[in-house]
Design a binder for this molecule. Structure first.
Ligand code: IVH
Length: 716
């Protein structure tokens, strides 16, 4: 649609319109200027929404748009329905009409693995009467997970849009589709001799836009959408086009289903392949799956594959990249490229025989909740863990899933014996989406939350503004064990070979009662243990000797002082020559350190005023553990490079996939400074479940960016 010359001319016209005041040159009439503005705005919308590659700044685009709005206000008689300003109608849709599609909208048959695709290929060749060794060309593209749409253009104008409905008749959604800027209101079909066309495609919402919509709904107490698809299909049906516009819908077109000339004769055969049809739609200004490799090194959205082996490789590669893609997709669609071959394959009443959906491995599965165990963490937090009947999810067996806290269980009304829906998205920790309450038979039991520690029986405590119950007995066996596990872990002292199972084993043998015991293990006895031997024992000794030399920020972090993360450990370490100096600090002194708040100050103070802890540290020092500041302890805490350099960040609420410490460590590694509270210096607030006063305060300030956990993970 836009030749390079046309693009250059439109670009130059934009600059002229932007930087010459209206009325100059003086012979330009209002009508001319309006038409000029419309053509350049359409061009820039195409660059921005269809190609994702704007050539002017958002500011410049806004200026052009405002000029057009102002002129149309002065000359309302010149407003036309296909003007870029006329996308969002203020009229409400009173009643949704039913409209018939020009040709039936069929479904797709599914395939799940390479075997299924090979069978599909065999069947295509049989149906098309090709020899078994023929190489068929297939066009492969993402299977977008949104709402199906059909768009009708007559005489180059969008005249109607509809949902799929039952495949023959759908709901009319023209007013809402007009708000979608990747759908052109006019397109030069006539240049191709097409007077009437019907396109098929998918309306979808980008994952990051979806997260923002949900964060905003959470903040205002509205119910959340389960996924981008629901938000998209709901958006298509809004009564108020303004609300549809607010969903930030986009549309990909993936099929030219009908094309006829002015006499009503089909002209589809002039475009002999699917690939050429999509190229044509791109030429006409639509957003189709792109054949270009993405600039970030990702795969192209579509590829013309020679033979089924190439199809299989492309589908598998996409399965790998699926989570990094900005839109939700649930598989790939494989289509015979040549339309004459498609016709030879034919259709069932349900689906074309020339196409198949390759479905990605399911990320959701249902299974039964057998029981709930309550685990005590290193700082005493009691976490309910669902014990599931083992189930396969995206290629891994899932058996244990955290239920987070009491509120989570309550809000989802999960009971023992329930069938539950489990989801695992990408590398995210699996979680329970919901209980399938319609499958209950009455034998299900409510989950009883303990009021005493399941390990040491001391009463559990829950601070007013927290979601988590805690065991406050620092000597609780479970806590002691978890603290040792954390102490040796990668983020803390990083002792290779001292993982959870080894520590638990030594603990059960009675060799480990406190962290200090790690530094006086008897390697001769370890060498005699089954599965160890001289070599492993020697390696373990080496790892422990190495850990003894760690900088003290690692040691401080390894002590499991509640809220003392990697970053605050570094801040503290930079302030002391010897760890035990902290025993002499009063509470104010902690608070003088920037970014150490009153709660953390109190926790560190308490730790260093408990004689048992001081005793343990002295023992460790006597066993050779370094307690003196090292040069590394004097380095700045945040990474000097990374996507969040110069930003202050704060986490609030319960995060779904990361502990607070992990989140803070990742933020610091990305260059961010971890803030201690909401203030005007805060740049970013990441909100988890049950975010409370901090979120409100940040919203009141209005200067803080509010991110979901998913957004945070994506940015880092
Ligand atoms: S082709 C006759 N291509 O998948 C050909 N469909 O079961 C049928 N879908 O709801 C459709 N992405 O909306 C095709 N690239 C794509 C698609 C796609 C998503 C949806 C479609 C329909 C379902 C088919």
């Amino acid at each position: 649609m836009y030749t390079p010359e046309a693009q250059r001319a439109l670009y130059e016209l934009s600059k002229t319109l932007l930087y010459t005041p209206q009325g100059v040159p003086s012979d330009e009439t209002a009508a001319e200027r309006i038409e000029n503005l419309r053509s350049v705005i359409r061009y820039h919308e195409w660059r921005y929404y269809a190609l994702n590659d704007p050539v002017i700044s958002d500011f410049e685009y806004d200026q052009l748009y405002k000029q057009l709005e102002a002129l149309e206000r002065q000359h309302p008689e010149l407003i036309t329905p296909d003007s870029p300003t006329q996308r969002v109608s203020s009229d409400l849709v009173e009643e949704i009409n039913q409209v018939a599609h020009l040709t039936p909208m069929l479904s797709l048959d599914n395939s799940y693995d390479a075997r299924d695709l090979l069978d599909f290929d065999t069947s295509v060749k049989k149906l098309a009467a090709l020899p078994p060794d023929a190489i068929v060309e297939y066009a492969v593209e993402p299977k977008f997970d949104g709402g199906t749409i059909a768009l009708v253009y007559e005489n180059d104008r969008l005249v109607r849009a509809a949902t799929r409905g039952n495949g023959l008749v759908g709901d009319e959604i023209t007013a809402n589709i007009r708000t979608v800027r990747s759908v052109p209101l006019q397109a030069p079909f006539s240049q191709y001799g097409i007077a009437k066309a019907e396109l098929r495609g998918e309306a979808i919402i980008r994952k990051d836009v979806f997260e923002k919509i949900n964060a905003a709904r959470q903040a205002t107490g509205e119910s959340l959408f389960a996924n981008p698809r629901n938000a998209a299909t709901g958006g298509l049906r809004m009564k108020d086009p303004k609300e549809a516009a607010a969903r930030g819908l986009e549309a990909f077109v993936y099929q030219l289903a009908y094309a006829a000339d002015a006499q009503g004769q089909s002209v589809l055969e002039r475009i002999p392949t699917h690939t050429e049809a999509l190229n044509t739609l791109e030429q006409l200004g639509f957003k189709a799956p792109s054949a270009q490799a993405s600039p970030s090194g990702g795969l192209p959205e579509r590829r013309l594959c020679r033979g089924i082996e190439e199809v299989i490789a492309f589908c598998n590669a996409w399965q790998e990249q699926r989570d990094a893609y900005p839109y939700e997709i649930d598989g790939m669609v494989v289509k015979v490229n040549a339309l004459d071959l498609q016709e030879r394959c034919g259709y069932t009443t349900h689906h074309p025989r020339w196409a198949v959906a390759f479905k990605f491995k399911a990320r959701q599965a249902t299974t039964r909740l057998r029981d709930v165990e309550f685990q005590v963490g290193k700082t005493g937090a009691v976490t309910p863990v669902a014990k599931l009947e083992p189930v396969q999810l995206a290629g891994v067996t899932i058996q244990n899933v955290s239920l987070h806290n009491e509120d989570f269980i309550r809000s989802k009304d999960i009971r023992i014996g329930d069938y539950v829906l489990v989801e695992r998205a990408g590398d995210v920790i699996p979680y329970i989406v919901k209980a399938l309450d319609h499958l209950r038979n009455g034998s299900e039991r409510p989950i009883k939350y303990p009021r005493n520690c399941p390990v040491c029986q001391s009463p559990l405590v829950k601070p007013e503004d927290e979601a988590i119950w805690r065991c406050e007995n620092a000597e609780c066996e479970a806590q002691v064990l978890q603290r040792m596990i954390f102490h040796a872990s990668k983020h803390a002292m990083d002792i290779e070979g001292m993982g959870e199972s080894t520590i638990t084993r030594f603990y059960q043998l009675g060799w480990l009662r406190s962290i200090a015991d790690i530094y006086r293990l008897d390697y001769d006895r370890i060498a005699q243990l089954e599965g160890f031997g001289e070599k492993s024992a020697a390696n373990l000794r080496k790892a422990i000797e190495k850990a003894k030399q760690n900088p003290i920020h690692r040691l401080l972090h390894s002590l499991s002082i509640h809220h003392l993360g990697q970053k605050s450990s570094k801040l503290l370490a930079a302030q002391v020559e010897h760890v035990l100096d902290l025993a002499a600090w009063d509470i104010e002194r902690y608070q003088q350190i920037k970014d150490i708040g009153p709660v953390l100050a109190q926790n560190v103070y308490n730790f260093f005023h408990n004689p048992r802890n001081l005793e343990m540290l002295r023992t460790m020092e006597a066993l050779g553990v370094n307690l003196r500041q090292t040069p590394e302890d004097q380095r700045p805490a945040s990474a000097a490079e990374g996507p969040l350099v110069g930003k202050t960040i704060l986490f609030t609420g319960t995060l779904a996939t990361l502990t607070r410490e992990q989140a803070e460590a990742r933020a610091a590694a990305a260059g961010a400074t971890i803030a201690s509270g909401v203030s005007k210096n805060l740049n970013i607030l990441v909100v988890g479940e049950k975010a409370g006063s901090k979120l409100r305060k940040a919203q009141e300030l209005g200067t803080v960016e509010i991110w979901t956990e998913a957004e945070f993970l994506e940015r880092i």
